[in-house]
Structure formats: structure tokens, C-alpha cells
Design a protein around this ligand. Sequence first.
Ligand code: FAD
Length: 379
Amino acid sequence: MVSMGTWPLVAGKLWYAGQKVKGRGGMAGTPEIFDVTIIGGGPVGLYAAYYAGLRQMKTKIIDSLDQLGGQLATLYPEKYIYDVAGFPHVVARDLVKNLIEQGLQYHPTVHLSETVRTLQRHATPDCYVLTSEKGEHYTKTLLICAGAGAFQPRKISLPGAAAWESRGIYYAVSAKETFAGKRLLIIGGGDSALDWAMNLHGTASHITIIHRRNQFRAHEDSIARVLGMGVPILTFWELKELVTADNVLQGVILVNNRSHEVRTIQVDAILPQLGFISSLGAIHDWPIKIEGHSILVNQQMETSMKGIFAAGDVAGYAGKLKLIVTGFGEAATAINYAKTQLDPKARAFPGHSSEMVPQTLTTINPGKHATVEEVDHLL
Ligand code: FAD
């Protein structure tokens, strides 16, 4: 522990349970100052957004990914999770869907595809200012729920490949139309490679998948469905070289990593789906106490800087367990103590959410409808 010294606005795009959500813009001109800005829209950041809304805090979430859900959405959307309280088992994707529904109900502003890089204290107005590659964010308090750090797609290591990003090589699909009528090469053997092959079938004129092994992380069912669509899956083939002419991607040279056979195929677009890498990045240089990859916090989840809190995998203290459920509790603690800094008259304890809507609870005392006061007493 450290001793203390409406609809969301969407910048980038917000995918809500598979649907694109329309955004509502903020005021242009003077900086908009938020009560709390949450870095990271993983499970813990989303739950924090719920609590911040409950405490009537003007809230912003920023995530480097183009979707909410953090590790659950990115690394294991199809896996069952068995240790979230109240769910004997839940598919990660479904837990994210519920967290989004719960976390966005008070309409926080959400910025996706944006990585927070710098932190500074701003004099007038007195607040913190964060910067990203897209702009500045003004906030009175900050909650860092950055998990293992910002996720970035793992990129292909071919020399010169970077120059073709967004004009031949795409690491994400922001609009399916980008691939309309194109000959597409998808690289990878995971769920996202196979899912995109199914999704873009009928949009791209032709799709080929290459994978460097013959073992797949993707579901067997997805592989069977992709093959059933007539999409060739070439195993043991890797990308060797880009073929370009007149400043346009024309094709690729592939090499078989077993036979060393070389083959050229014509493609207009490449979609590498090679997983993600994460790193705390610039946060490491911030003037808060960090040990290893953990931001040190006290019992209120506050870091060594006043008004800056951390929760979830990124927060560290003696005895820390990196689990979703511990992150939820830490988020609730952090937000409720941030609230007391914004409003010294506010209590840290938020009250019971069950008291927000009058209800009759017959299970407490069957045959008699318990009043809220009685329930409170029982608790
Ligand atoms: P994350 O989920 O990592 O989310 C952090 C978010 O912050 C990311 O979306 C990232 O893009 C964003 N971010 C980071 N830095 C920045 C920045 N500078 N700017 C903008 N955005 C940023 N836990 C369990 O309790 N039960 C399980 O069964 C379980 N199974 C797991 C299985 C696998 C395969 C893995 C990998 C993990 C599993 N976990 C499990 C661990 C669990 O996923 C994590 O504890 C949880 O995701 C932590 O949530 P978080 O919100 O703290 O961080």
C-alpha cells in the first residue's frame, strides 16, 4: 500500500452488443471537464462507469481498442468464466454485453481507438489534462483501469509493411466496404481470422487464409464453415514479400515454411489477425508510484497522486489477486472515494442500490412485504 501524500459521445466508434451506437456530441470550444475519466473500458472500467453514473459523476471512458470489454472481448470472448459471483458460468462475450448495458446506462462519454499517453496538472481550470494521439481530455479525477496496458494489434514484421497500413494492409475492419470487390488475404489461425473470413465472404471478391501451422486456435466449427464457403486455408504458408506497382498493392509472395516452396498470389488487401500485444506504455513515465507493471494504491484505491485512482489488473497492493471480481470491488471503492474528493459533503458509502427503486421483497419474510427500512435493518 502507498501512504498518501442519453447516449455516449463516441470518438472513434462504439460497438454496442454488435450494433453501432449513434453518438451525441459535446460543446465545441471551451474544454469540457469531467468529474472522472476512466482509462480502460475493460470489465473493471465498465463497472466503474456504472458506479460513477450512480454517484452522478460526469464520466468519460477512453480505450485504445475499437471495442469495449478489454481482455474478455479481445483475448477470450468465447470462453466460459466460472468465478464471477452470481454467474455459475458465463461466456466472456455475454458478460461484456451485460457490463456494457450496466456501465453505459448513465450515458458516459466513450472514446474508442484512442490511447492515453501523457498526464499533466492543469492550473486554470484546476484539473488534470490527459493527452492522446487524438486530443486532450480534462478531468477532475482519474481512474486508471488499464489492465495489462493498451492493446495493439500484433503487426507483420515485413520491411516496408508499415507504409502500406490503411492502403493495402489493415489490422482492423472499421468498415466492411473497404474490402468490397477486393481479393483479400487473411493471415492467422485464431477466431478473429476465421470470423472475418465468414463476415467478409460475399463482400470481398475472393478470400484466402494463410496460417503458419496446421493447428488452429479457432473453433473447429468455424474452420468447417469457412472451408464450406469455399475459402482456401493454406497451412504452413507465410507472407514473404509484398508485390506492389504504381504505388498500389498488387499481390504477395508466400513461402511454405516446410517445403520452402514459393508462390505468388494476387491480392488487393491484407488483413493480418495475429493477436494483440499490450503494454503500459507512457503510463510508466507518469509521476505516480509504479512497481513492475502495477500502479501502487492505498486502501481507497488512490495512487500516490491525489485524485488519481487505479483499479483492476493494473492496481497493486500486498495480497493482490488479479481477478475480475476483485477488480469490481476495487472499482466501487475507487469511484466512491473519488466522489468524496469532488464533493466533500458526499459520503463514501453509496447506499444500497436496491433502495433506489421502491420494491417489495417477499423472499426476506415470506407472507409479508418487507419495507425498504426493514430490509436495510436485516442487511
Ligand atoms: P483489461 O481487461 O485488461 O482492460 C484494460 C483496458 O484498458 C483494455 O481494453 C486496454 O485497451 C485499455 N487501456 C490500457 N491502457 C490504455 C491507455 N493508455 N489508453 C487507453 N486505453 C488503455 N479472470 C477471472 O476472474 N476469471 C477468469 O476465468 C479469467 N479467465 C481469463 C482467461 C484468459 C485467457 C485471460 C487472458 C485472462 C483471464 N482472466 C480471468 C483475467 C481477467 O480477464 C482480468 O483480470 C480482467 O480482464 C482485468 O480487467 P481490467 O478491466 O482491469 O483490464
